[in-house]
Design a protein. Sequence first.
Lengths: 348, 528
Amino acid sequence: MNKPILSCNNISKTFGVSKAVTNLSFELYKGDILSILGPSGCGKTTLLRLIAGLENPTSGEIMLSNRTVYGQNINIPPNKRHLGMIFQDYALFSHLTVEDNISFGISHLNSDEKKKIISNCLEITKLSDQEKKFPHELSGGQQQRVALARTLATNPSLILMDEPFSNLDTQLRLELRNQVHAILRQTNTTTIFVTHDRDEAFVLSDKIGIMLNGQILQIDSPDKVYFWPNSKNVGLITGSCNFIKGIVQNPHAVTSIGNLPLRENNHSANNSKVDILIRPNDLTMQVTPNGDCVVIKKEFRGDETLFWVKIPSGEIIPCKHKKYTTLFEGLKVQLSADEHVKFNAFSI
Amino acid sequence: MCNIKFLRGIPFALLIPCLLIAFIAIIPVLYLTIRSIEADDSTWLWLLRWKTLSIVGRSVALAISVTTISILIALPLSFLTNKTDLKFKKIWKICSILPLVIPSYIGAYLFVSALGPKGILYQILNSVFNVENIPNLYGFTGALITISLLTYPYILLTMNATINNIDTSEEESARILGLNNFAVFKRITLPQLIPSILSGSLLVALYTLSDFGVVSLLRYKTLTWAIFNQYNGSIDRHSAALLSLSLCMLAILFIYLESIFRTKRKQYRSSPGAAKVPKIQKLGYWQMPAIIFCAAIVFFSLIMPVTILLFWVIRGLMNNETIPGMLEASINSLSLGFITAIVVVILAIPISYISVRYPKFISMLIEKICYTGFSLPSIAVSIALVSIGSQIGSPIYQSIYMLVIACAILYMPTGIGPIKSSLELLSPRPEEASRTLGKGNLATITKITIPMLRPGVFMGAAIVFLVTMKELPAVLLLSPLNFKTLTTMVWSYSTEAFFAEAAAPALVLILLSSLPLTLIITKNNIYK
């Protein structure tokens, strides 16, 4: 196995009495795209700023490409860490042209090399005829790409992106995130980006770190964090869901909507009480006059319709219906688990 | 990076110059304090005499009266020119700010030359109606009228900057809740304006307190007058220092009072959302009285002084009078303003930078110290520096450096203000981006921060240039021998009642200081 590009060991950061990041450790390898997903205020931006050196950890150690950049008596300033950062508001230099913005970090090179890098970056980011413009003359998407080009020009070992698409409207966001993804892959750039948009995290990353209250709860591939969350919170952060109570009777759990098969990896002791994670796609819903569940809310979302169903125990769970349907609130339904679906249970 | 805990984070390369600057800024206060401590009992007794105390009382009375009158002028003006359908609004708006270019001692000289004994009014009345005596407007009344008419723009400026930023949705909801126009103004608009009225009033009060030209020309004996006389008339420098220190204490008391009133009030922030078009009040029957009010203020504060000035200039030209040394004085004034502006900008950038980017105890302390010039009357600073200079001797004493240092100490806050506020608006992200792109602290400041700060730097420099050109006491006390500026020319001619001779340098001074003011007005979007 090759050496990690980045490794964080036990880093913590407190601001006064509030803890922004607590004992956080993880590693990242060349070419990986890691997204940090979590609600606002969970410490994700602080984590990026700690890695960049814009803030100093209260304790812990950070290594970049096998070099300790923060640790006992070591604190390499951001300008010597050789990494790139893309800010939420892009932070373009408003007094410099696109070209000068891009060449800002490579002013030590000779002019031939600079020209080559600039034209290469302009080409990758499809900005080739914009180099003489000033940032305010560009659209939001173009500004975003200038920020990327400016960072790529320095050929950093790691790029950090802080909610890079949050300032764009939906259409542009989808378009740009595909473009950026393609560029990062093409240049084999190791990247960490921070987001609170789970779709973005799923689409863009090789790995997702789920962050809450200053801690990374789980780092795994997108499908793992969705289908095999290691805690209830990870389940909640990665998608719509709810929990119902059940009693373990391996390999099932007994619940008020029948026996639900459990995943092999989280078998609990027989007869123990568990919370079972229910995702919208887990259960099939059938309308029947003697059904014991009631539709209490219908959320039409365009691509799909989500129903919130009250089960006999009084708990409420989400349920998706594939086709457009005229099912309405108050209707009696019967829920059943699909054959192949297995459930995650969490001990109480 | 520093390792001492309370300094942590501020780069040494920034901290050390800032500490030096703060030290220079505090020198006058230190000196005055030491001098006062050294003073013997008799000097203290002299200070506590009834006569001295009454002089202090006069200073305070004048400052409070001028502030009150200025508010009474500025408040309706600001409301009328921003919130109503007043006719010729733009003209009133610009003309009501222009009196700022007339230094108060020129105002006083024009006042005396027009209304004083042997003045224009007397000459007219005497030749036409054979009137022998005209009412004496010297003293308190004259000083009050002159200073108020020339300083109300300070309040107007701060109010105009705020009045259009008041969230109109608050006024709208008050209307919907059933308040009438007047009640909306009283209960919604006015409370939000109070912080800006307070800060403008503080400027006016401090200006009046430290004014030397007007009270001397109009013979109203205040502290500044007493300080100057003590300095000129006695060998014992302790009493002048003691009086100066009392003046500083008074100024600090005013600042303290303002800060008490201010903290009692909540700072208002407009709610997010789309910018709303400010609501315009229809004046209706009040249109005419409003126009008369604005016209009267503009007439007395701008048109009349300028007319009198032009009268003297034209009379001088018609008599083919030439005033020697005008060109030299103009060049001296310009270079003094220019050099001071540059020095202040150079000093203000690091101070603003550490106070905005490293808001720690030490940087706050440094900033506060650099603001002492704001509270110190220029005559007190000059007294302190001239005494220090005379002890050091050459090359400092009676050199232009001393004068520049005095003006820099006095006007550093003026320069820090705009630079700091534009730095506050500047997101730290571009600087952080620069650092992640491999640039160190200093390279980031020179390549990113300063270029992006340009508007604030220009604004600061323009204001410093403007106020330095108008500065009187420092120039009188600290100028090298034979160093004539436009201010000293105006001063020496008008104190000797050579009204016609004083007119030409006064006019040039006003025209020259109008240039930066135009820049300030056009750059401030409130006047667009």
